[in-house]
Write a protein that binds this ligand. Structure first.
Ligand SMILES: [Zn+2]
Length: 222
């Protein structure tokens, strides 16, 4: 009786344990840094980083330099709080502006829009945000103490609140108005209404209702 060698048990497949794929640490840091931008999650941050490194070295270098320079030079205007490279911005220094009117806006972009509309000759105060208790943004974060001081300089005759007509913008406007009225400072709010060239049948009912509430009387031509 020949003894046949017993079949060797088959080796069970071992899972491959290799070095887990990881980005180099400087790339990881870049991706993490890009995530500080609003609305940028891990996936888009990674896409941006790959794009900069793979396809646009010159753009990436320019971005790095511009970011560094801005951080070094840009500060807030002592008077209106907007971004500037000087202590007091050009607009606040202009003798052609009417210092009796002070317009409160949320952001430097809003201030630029007002300037492009060429409808306002006064000066500004930029809140750099709006009250938002849920996000932890309180009166101090939007520099209301500085706004009050600015409005009480003895020259300002009227504060025009031009915050957005969002819930937070409206709450901010209300809060600012209370603070200023308590100090006997005249406050007004920009009006809501129909857009220029707008037709009643195409406008939303909220806007139309507001336009009716904020109607003004017409004067006979002199
Ligand atoms: Zn300024």
């Amino acid at each position: 009786m020949s003894s046949r060698p017993l079949a060797q048990p088959r080796a069970t497949a071992q899972p491959f344990v290799g070095c887990p794929m990881k980005n180099p640490s400087s790339l990881e840091e870049l991706i993490e840094s890009l995530r500080c931008l609003p609305g940028v999650g891990p996936k888009s941050a990674q896409r941006m980083a790959f794009h900069l490194l793979q396809r646009d070295h010159a753009g990436a270098a320019r971005l790095g330099q511009a970011l560094g320079r801005s951080l070094e030079r840009i500060k807030h205007c002592e008077r209106c709080n907007t971004f500037t490279e000087e202590d007091v911005c050009e607009l606040c220094r202009s003798p052609r502006r009417d210092a009796r009117l002070l317009c409160v806006v949320e952001t430097p972009a809003d201030m630029l829009m007002m300037e492009q509309a060429e409808c306002f000759q006064g000066l500004y105060f930029v809140l750099m945000g709006r009250l938002s208790p849920l996000d932890g943004v309180g009166p101090k974060d939007i520099h209301l103490d500085r706004l009050i001081k600015r409005a009480e300089d003895g020259v300002v005759r009227e504060v025009i609140v031009a915050t957005n007509f969002t819930m937070e913008g409206e709450a901010t406007a209300h809060y600012i108005a209370e603070l200023l009225l308590a100090r006997d400072i005249k406050v007004s709010r920009i009006a809501r209404g129909l857009p220029v060239g707008g037709e009643l049948e195409h406008v939303d009912s909220g806007t139309l209702a507001q336009a009716v509430i904020e109607r003004r009387s017409l004067q006979a031509a002199p």
